[in-house]
Design a protein around this ligand. Structure first.
Ligand code: XMP
Length: 517
């Protein structure tokens, strides 16, 4: 039987990270809103309560029926989760005055505790809270403390119920992985059945069963999610899968050609549609970012639908939707926001059913599944790329000439990222692999003066963007080496006609976004 850990989300920024860490132990987990515990699901082997930006004693505090969980399966409360359990069972939680944020040293008092197996007696943890547990409920006992937080970790007597005030899921809690493994594997008894190989095997079997002899269509984007979806489906139903890849004219340099070749090599049946003149025609004279996005979205659906209708016996539309696209994330007001891929009403209009085989996977798992399926590494490690492509990286109006300039500059940048090597964990890796996403932006109407040889120039500027992130919800600008930036700047100005200035974008998200439009 399937085993799963439930993570109840009280709105912390690190909830998804907890999920990804649990998956690292080859254990399936589901992130659910704090009040949606599936009490009658026999496959649940443990529960983790996340942190939250709220206070447990606040008027709008998120509460959940802990009695439905306690005593049934092991529970680990993290930060707010720990405070909520302490408060619910008769302890006290009070404001600390100042918010404690950052590193702290945890002194383990109960060294035999199964939660701490393999941890040092003193270990660095990461704190982020404004409240503290001042009194534990009767029968609960303290198992670790820091110099400022007395009840930094507790257990409810000998029951399998723990609370930790720090965040074991974050990188700066140095032995956090071991602590989570102790909980998931030793305490909850996960048998580690969730692996890329087992996922491929069971999903292929499931797809065969569900799809029978039906035909499926899939929109490919060149990105990792849709590509892995295609290869997985191809393994399940072979040529009953038809893929459609629309070239809107704003892909990266040579991308359409290269990706079509890659797909061919994988044995996929792909209809490539060059619709660039249609897109450029509709976009002529349009400046406003949202208007551009709307036109591109509508145009894409139109082209895709026309192609899809040619496959008259198709019953399903497959999509590369992944788990983070579907998680109901909470904001502080308690409102549930659901984000969904936009297929423009196509399934309803064409009477197609949706097939989303990657719907349970995080991005890094999609990549592991891609490797399991034998896909080439450059397809698997490809950075995310927005659906509207370079259109959101050309400020203002789009013209084929601007696209050409941007493609050339971007090509220099991306090739340099792939060939520049840096050391990571003692291994040499391409700089490209150390960033979440990188791209070049054309500052369309900005022209500046330069000098080339003895000639005055008055030409365009481009901005380089590279960010680190785990989910694109927040991002920081990547600290690319100065020498690398110097080389790319030189190469772009020397090789790309029409550009005489290169800037580097040093904004984080929030308050900026990753794309400029
Ligand atoms: P922002 O700019 O909102 O981007 O920080 C977050 C992530 O989403 C990508 N992005 C898009 N992806 N269609 C997509 O498929 C879009 O319209 C779109 N807009 C932004 C962006 O590249 C980044 O990875």
């Amino acid at each position: 039987m399937q085993q799963k850990i439930i993570i109840l989300d009280f709105g912390s920024q690190t909830t998804q990270l907890i999920g990804r860490r649990v998956r690292e132990f080859n254990t399936f987990c589901e992130i659910l809103p704090y009040d949606k515990f599936p009490a009658d699901d026999p496959s649940v082997i443990g529960v983790i309560l996340s942190g939250s930006p709220l206070s447990v004693y606040g008027e709008n505090a998120f509460k959940t029926n802990l009695d439905a969980i306690r005593g049934r399966v092991p529970v680990l409360g993290i930060c707010y989760g720990a405070q909520l359990m302490a408060q619910t069972y008769g302890g006290s939680v009070e404001p600390e005055g100042t918010r404690e944020y950052g590193r702290a040293m945890l002194d383990i008092e109960d060294r035999q505790n199964p939660l701490f197996k393999g941890l040092d007696d003193r270990t660095q943890v990461w704190m982020s809270h404004g409240d503290t547990i001042t009194r534990l409920p009767a029968g609960f006992r303290r198992i670790a403390s820091t110099s400022t937080v007395k009840n930094a970790a507790y257990q409810a007597g000998d029951e399998p119920l723990w609370g930790v005030q720090f965040h074991p899921e974050v990188f700066h809690t140095l032995q956090g992985t071991q602590l989570l493994r102790n909980f998931v594997v030793d305490i909850c008894g996960s048998r580690g059945l969730w692996s890329p190989a087992s996922f491929v095997e069971s999903t292929v079997a499931e797809l065969r069963e569900t799809l029978g002899n039906d035909r499926v269509i899939l929109g490919l984007s060149g990105g990792v999610d849709s590509s892995v979806t295609a290869v997985l489906l191809h393994r399940a139903i072979g040529d009953r899968l038809t893929c459609i890849f629309v070239d809107h004219g704003m892909l990266r340099k040579n991308e359409f050609r290269d990706v079509m070749r890659d797909y061919g090599g994988l044995g996929l049946q792909v209809v490539g549609v060059d619709a660039s003149s249609l897109f450029f025609g509709r976009l002529a004279g349009v400046h406003e970012p949202e208007a551009k996005r709307r036109i591109i979205g509508a145009c894409f659906i139109e082209v895709f639908e026309a192609e899809a209708r040619k496959i008259s016996d198709a019953r399903w539309l497959a999509q590369g939707t992944i788990y983070p696209d579907r998680i109901e994330s909470l904001n502080i007001t308690g409102k549930v926001i659901k984000s969904h891929h936009n297929v423009g009403g196509l399934p309803e209009r064409m009477n197609l059913r949706l097939c989303e085989p990657l719907r349970w996977l995080f991005k890094d798992e999609v990549r592991r599944v891609g490797r399991e399926l034998g896909m080439p590494e450059h397809l698997i490690t490809r950075h995310p790329f927005p659906g509207p492509g370079l259109a959101v990286r050309i400020l203002g109006e789009i013209t084929p000439e601007k696209v050409r300039v941007l493609q050339d500059a971007d090509d220099v940048y991306v090739r340099a990222l792939r060939s520049w090597k840096v050391e990571r964990d003692g291994v040499e890796v391409p700089l490209y692999d150390t960033v979440w996403q990188a791209g070049t932006i054309l500052l369309s109407d900005v022209r500046s003066v330069g000098v080339m040889g003895d000639e005055r120039t008055y030409e365009r500027a481009v901005a380089l963007r590279a960010v680190t992130s785990t989910d694109a919800m927040t991002a920081d600008w990547a600290r690319l080496p100065y020498d690398f930036l110097a080389q790319v700047s030189n190469d772009i100005i020397n090789q790309v006609k029409g550009v005489n200035r290169v800037c580097y974008d040093i904004s984080s998200k929030p308050p900026s976004t990753i794309e400029w439009e």
